[in-house]
Ligand binder design. Structure first.
Ligand code: SF4
Length: 396
């Protein structure tokens, strides 16, 4: 394997397996393996950047390219705006003049963009295989079954669904139908306070699909206890819980997780503290509880970027989030000591499916007037998903 100076600088050991194979130990169907139906440019084509630039120029203001923070650098270079999933969906909605939104991110993000944009705007995902293993861990059928289990247990009344942005449009629609809300890693606390507060008056929350964000917010920010939380496993009858456990819980956490952030361990935290005295450990709330409690700071992707950007020269950080972003922060701040929290390579493999050949293919197809990989959400799903998204926007 070729050496990568940035990876070496951020303390990562190159390995033959650069991408985490999502689905391992989780949902074996999570990587869908969608064939690209077009003539994809060769990855070795030296003119890929030139072709992307030419296509963007030809399209002018008709195209708006969104780039999630976890995308590769060569793709990010063509983004008109970068951000987390929610910021990108908002940005898309704020550009009604753009007929084509090319979303360099993953499938659930493109769905949210389609829901929030006007009917005349087309949302394009350059590679349809860019899914998300976490979003795939909660299917509509499984969540409907869970609600039936709650009904049978006499626990549905008083339960408020709260779904993380990282979920399919169908799960957001389920949430909207049951008067719940979407949340992001930035506003999860406010979403839970709303759900339990006087306005909504919930006795318990069904938190989908990331158990770690739900647990970290409930215990770390709302002061609930581990005993207040149960984990609903969709692969077990009744979620592996008794009716009394469902009724008594304040937080019913869906058994889902991010395969990337789930890799960080408490040993990673202890090891980096021993290796770099005075290091600030900065992690995303999708990490396990023991990683978050061992960290100095926890927050969303936008928060992580802000903390590092604003830190004085000479600061040391060990960051527990997706590797493309950590590499980019290290390159942007050569005066700061930035290392990846894990010692091994761990990119999000589905985010990395959006590469230059797919971006060029998507843009050149638009220039020819033949859009590819359009993401559309059925109207009946979009209506209720929008209701849950609007509830999030209305959070105090
Ligand atoms: S980093 Fe995790 S949550 Fe984000 S797209 Fe990849 S698998 Fe999904």
């Amino acid at each position: 394997m070729t050496t990568n100076p940035t990876l070496e600088r951020i303390g990562v050991t190159p390995s033959p397996l650069a991408l985490l194979l999502l689905g391992q130990g989780a949902d074996p169907d999570s990587e869908r393996g969608v064939d690209c139906p077009g003539a994809l440019p060769a990855a070795a084509d030296p003119r890929l950047a030139e072709r992307a630039a030419a296509a963007k120029e030809a399209l002018g203001g008709k195209v708006f390219v969104l780039g999630h923070h976890y995308q590769r650098d060569d793709v990010i270079a063509f983004a008109d705006v970068t951000g987390d999933s929610f910021k990108l969906a908002q940005q898309a909605a704020a550009r009604p003049e753009a007929e084509h939104i090319v979303f360099c991110g993953v499938h659930f993000m493109a769905e949210s963009a389609d829901i929030l944009t006007a009917p005349h705007q087309q949302v394009i995902l350059p590679d349809l295989a860019a899914g998300c293993s976490m979003a795939d861990m909660a299917t509509a059928e499984q969540v409907e079954q869970a609600w039936d289990d709650l009904l049978d247990a006499g626990a549905a009344e008083g339960t408020v669904p709260v779904t993380y942005m990282n979920s399919s449009a169908a799960i957001k629609a389920f949430t909207g139908r049951h008067d719940g809300t979407v949340c992001t890693s930035s506003n999860a606390r406010r979403a839970l306070e709303w759900a339990f507060g006087p306005e909504r008056g919930g006795r318990r929350v069904l938190f989908l699909p990331d158990q770690h964000l739900g647990r970290n917010t409930a215990i770390g920010e709302l002061g609930l206890t581990a005993a207040d939380c149960v984990v609903y496993d969709p692969r077990r009858p009744n979620g592996g819980l008794t009716p009394a456990q469902l009724r008594d819980a304040k937080m019913i956490l869906w058994r889902g997780h991010c395969s990337v952030h789930g890799r960080f361990t408490r040993e990673c935290v202890d090891e980096v503290r021993a290796r770099i005295p005075g290091v600030t450990v900065l992690v995303h709330p999708e990490c396990k509880r023991e990683v978050v409690t061992g960290a100095d700071l926890v927050g969303s992707t936008e928060y992580i970027i802000k903390v590092v950007d604003e830190a004085p020269a000479g600061s040391s950080f060990a960051i527990g989030t997706e590797l493309n972003l950590v590499q980019r922060l290290a390159n942007r701040h050569p005066d700061k000591n930035i290392v990846f929290l894990d010692r091994t390579v761990c990119f999000c493999s589905t985010m990395n499916r959006i590469d230059m050949p797919h971006l060029v293919w998507a843009l050149e197809s638009l220039v020819r007037g033949e859009p590819v990989n359009r993401i559309t959400v059925a109207p009946e799903v979009a209506t209720y998903a929008r209701k849950a998204l609007d509830q999030m926007l209305a959070l105090p």
